[in-house]
Design a protein around this ligand. Structure first.
Ligand SMILES: [Cu+2]
Length: 467
């Protein structure tokens, strides 16, 4: 079905999505009769600390609380029913999960926007374990700024034997003195590195304290779900190791960050860290974000109880995910250029929101909008073939480039040595060219965009077709 047929066929799609379609998928995957996990998107209010007024107009899946950590099992079918209780359209995207195209949550490309009072059933079986996340892909700028981002953990089939598992959702809010949300985006921010928030939170808390077992092995799951900020992180000075990057167990070591060389975690990226906590009770250690001026503890880990006496050598080697291996000898190269192409017209995103202007482009063409018919893919890949995509950043800004539905591996950069770990989101620094290798093993139209949402929504978006 092409985009035009899809648009023509949408009259009944909402009802189908709410009723038969998802249930048919569930039955098809052998899970009929098991209840779906219901995720109700709703407005809520919340207080970001005792010294602040309550903030209204937030969006979550829970009342007075951040969107929950969702936990699925590798290789087991999941059925997530999105119910929209907002007076606005939405969809949900499962960032980094390799799933059927129809479950990917991209408006007009893979589904119709979900209206107020409507539902959509997302049914898929996550093939890969690891740390992923979810966020809307319709009214993305507004709803993410309002808080609708959450961590999605896909647990390994076997218990990995950590003494604590701590998901940490890093996300800024942009609040005025009255505690209320400031405008979600600015033309100045959209034209540069994005509009940064002024309240840095972890799981919607400012510098929260997490109790973890003394002498224990702790797995941190850090996810950068902000719309703009590239976090510069320094990890506690204890024995530890980076065990997974963007969901997948690392193949090549990622250096332990230091104050001089912090770990850059850009919008959309995740890192899993194993730490061996000190033996004494009541010791506090921080994960620190270094800022332009000063720094902030993103979380304080506090040891509790008698030492468990664990050893770093007991940290398991995470089992490799079943990823396809690109055949570099046969891979065809395609180049994609990310650049600055200002344009007074905004994208036509139908029911999913527009800024009214464009600044950015792929191959010098700003994305005309999710709802525009007849827009072709930025690349067409043959199913099952290997490719090298040359990602060329012609702009002086950094862009975390995200590809849906497929996993790719950065293999070289013109500016630095890269760890060649499989990913779904790679940070292209200013004027950087990175070659990434992939196997086009998942058919469909896969959104491909910058994860600085102000860049995505002002032109730096497109899709890759796998047929
Ligand atoms: Cu960008």
């Amino acid at each position: 079905m092409d985009r035009r047929q899809f648009l023509l066929g949408t009259a009944g799609a909402g009802a189908l999505a709410a009723g038969g379609y998802g249930l048919w998928r569930a039955a098809d995957s052998g899970r009929a009769g098991r209840d779906p996990i219901e995720l109700q998107v709703r407005e809520t209010s919340y207080t970001f600390g005792a010294d602040r007024p309550e903030t209204a107009g937030l969006v979550s899946l829970a009342d007075g609380a951040p969107p929950p950590v969702l936990r699925l099992k590798q290789g087991q079918p999941a059925h997530l029913r999105l119910v929209n209780a907002l007076p606005d359209y939405t969809t949900m995207h499962w960032h980094g999960i390799r799933l059927p195209n129809a479950m990917d949550g991209v408006p007009y490309l893979t589904q119709f926007p979900v209206g107020e009072g409507e539902a959509f059933d997302y049914v898929f079986t996550p093939p890969d374990a690891g740390t992923y996340w979810y966020h809307p892909h319709c009214m993305t700028m507004r709803q993410m700024a309002q808080g609708l981002t959450g961590i999605l953990v896909v647990e390994e089939a076997e218990d990995m034997g950590f003494d604590a598992d701590v998901p940490l959702n890093l996300k800024d809010f942009r609040l005025g003195d009255d505690g209320q949300l400031l405008p979600y985006f600015t033309p100045r921010g959209a034209a540069r590195g994005g509009t940064l928030g002024n309240v840095l939170t972890t799981n919607w808390q400012v510098s929260p304290v997490e109790d973890v077992p003394a002498g224990g092995l702790v797995r941190l799951r850090l996810a950068a779900t902000d719309t703009a900020r590239i976090y510069q992180l320094v990890l506690p000075d204890v024995p530890g190791r980076i065990i997974a990057w963007d969901g997948h167990p690392v193949r090549e070591e990622v250096p332990w960050p230091t104050a001089d060389a912090p770990l850059a975690l850009s919008p959309g990226q995740r890192v899993d860290v194993a730490l061996r906590m000190p033996d004494a009770d009541g010791v506090e250690l921080a994960v620190v974000a270094r800022l332009g001026f000063g720094q902030q503890d993103m979380v304080r880990l506090r040891t509790a109880g008698a030492s468990l006496g664990r050893h770093m050598r007991e940290v398991p080697v995470l089992p490799a995910n079943p990823l396809p291996v690109p055949d570099l000898a046969k891979a065809e190269m395609q180049e994609l250029v990310f650049g600055w192409t200002p344009d007074g017209s905004g994208a036509d995103n139908g029911l999913c929101g527009t800024f009214g202007y464009s600044f950015w482009s792929i191959d010098r063409t700003p994305w005309p909008g999710d709802a525009v018919e007849g827009v072709g893919p930025v690349a067409t890949l043959k199913l099952g073939r290997s490719y090298v995509l040359r990602l060329r950043n012609e702009s002086p800004n950094a862009h975390p480039i995200h590809l849906h539905g497929l996993v790719f591996t950065p293999i070289r950069s013109n500016r630095r040595t890269l760890a060649t770990n499989p990913t779904d989101t790679v940070l292209l620094q200013r004027n950087e060219v990175i070659d990434v290798a992939l196997v086009a093993d998942n058919p469909g139209d896969w959104a491909f965009h910058c994860h600085v949402i102000e860049h995505q929504k002002t032109g730096l978006a497109g899709y890759v077709r796998v047929v």
